[in-house]
Design a protein around this ligand. Structure first.
Ligand SMILES: NC(=O)C1=CN([C@@H]2O[C@H](COP(=O)(O)OP(=O)(O)OC[C@H]3O[C@@H](n4cnc5c(N)ncnc54)[C@H](O)[C@@H]3O)[C@@H](O)[C@H]2O)[C@H](O)CC1
Ligand code: K
Length: 257
């Protein structure tokens, strides 16, 4: 369903490598926007988060007439993907949604922008639950609830293990709907779904553990790993969201045409 001006449905039939960014190119887009255009990284994060919230609210309006008796559980990692998650939590909370935040790391370990958005969420009193409670919350969640996966995005560089692996298993076992921010956790921007127990050394390696999203909202352009033949199983319905800058300009900045 194409419902927001800044969020477009990905057309799988026409998707080509030339349309996609690698993780390195995504970082270059960030750098170009911040250093060459002078837009602040917090504004980019806000724009990314707003695209996701616009999509949720408009999807909700179109599919259930704006019925909001569901809970949005947002799991935030320590990098900028997590920062997007904290901003999404604030925007949805501001719109009147029932929101719960779960953070994978203590705040001292967050990236600067994640820390800024986490601090704001704390100051506003947005419900923030202990990470250990996530498994139970996910297991008892209803089908109309959402889990927002903001654990890892383009920064993911290795297969999942430990607590993050347990979180992803809990998400995948839940009856709740799952929305991945930028990429599902466990899905490499370059290689697609990541091999369960090995480093990502081969592109397009079919995997092990990865969030199985119902919806993925990726930023700026699709990512190279989305060309993997098994990718759609993990990405679900996939949308490409603007971060508030012309896509053509950003593509030129990383020499894509
Ligand atoms: N250019 C854009 O489109 C914008 C992107 N935004 C969002 O930012 C993330 C990328 O953020 P980054 O901080 O670079 O990376 P991550 O948040 O994905 O994770 C970094 C963090 O995680 C560690 N790590 C990597 N792999 C693993 C692993 N398997 N297990 C545990 N930890 C891992 C890594 O070492 C780092 O510490 C992008 O996806 C967007 O969501 C902006 O907000 C808007 C502009
Ligand atoms: K994610």
């Amino acid at each position: 369903m194409e419902i927001c001006p800044f969020v477009r449905l990905l057309d799988w039939r026409t998707l080509r490598a030339a349309d996609c960014l690698t993780a390195r190119q995504s970082r270059e887009v960030d750098r170009f926007a911040i250093e060459e255009l002078g837009i602040s990284s917090l504004v980019l994060m806000e724009n990314a988060a707003r695209s996701v919230c616009d999509w949720i609210s408009q999807y909700d309006q179109a599919s259930s007439g704006g019925e909001t008796s569901f809970v949005v559980r947002i799991v935030c990692g320590r990098g900028n993907n997590g920062g997007d998650g904290f901003a999404i939590a604030r925007l949805l909370w501001t719109m009147g949604y029932a929101v719960e935040i779960f953070a994978t790391h203590p705040e001292a370990e967050f990236s600067p922008d994640a820390r800024a958005n986490a601090a704001l969420a704390r100051k506003l009193g947005i419900p923030w639950r202990e990470l250990q409670e996530f498994g139970e919350a996910a297991a008892s969640a209803q089908a109309k609830d959402w889990i927002v996966d903001a654990i890892l995005g383009t920064g993911q560089s290795r297969p999942l293990s430990g607590v993050l692996a347990e979180l992803v298993q809990g998400m995948n076992a839940s009856a709740s709907r799952r929305l991945a921010v930028d990429l599902p956790t466990g899905f490499s921007a370059d290689a697609g779904p990541v091999s369960g127990n090995r480093l990502i050394d081969q592109p397009h390696e079919l995997a092990g553990l990865c969030v199985r999203a119902d919806v993925t909202i990726t930023f700026v352009t699709p990512k190279m790993g989305m060309l993997h033949p098994g990718a759609r199983e993990y990405l679900g319905e996939t949308f490409v969201a603007s971060i508030g800058l012309p896509e053509k300009l950003l593509r030129e900045a990383v020499s894509l045409q």
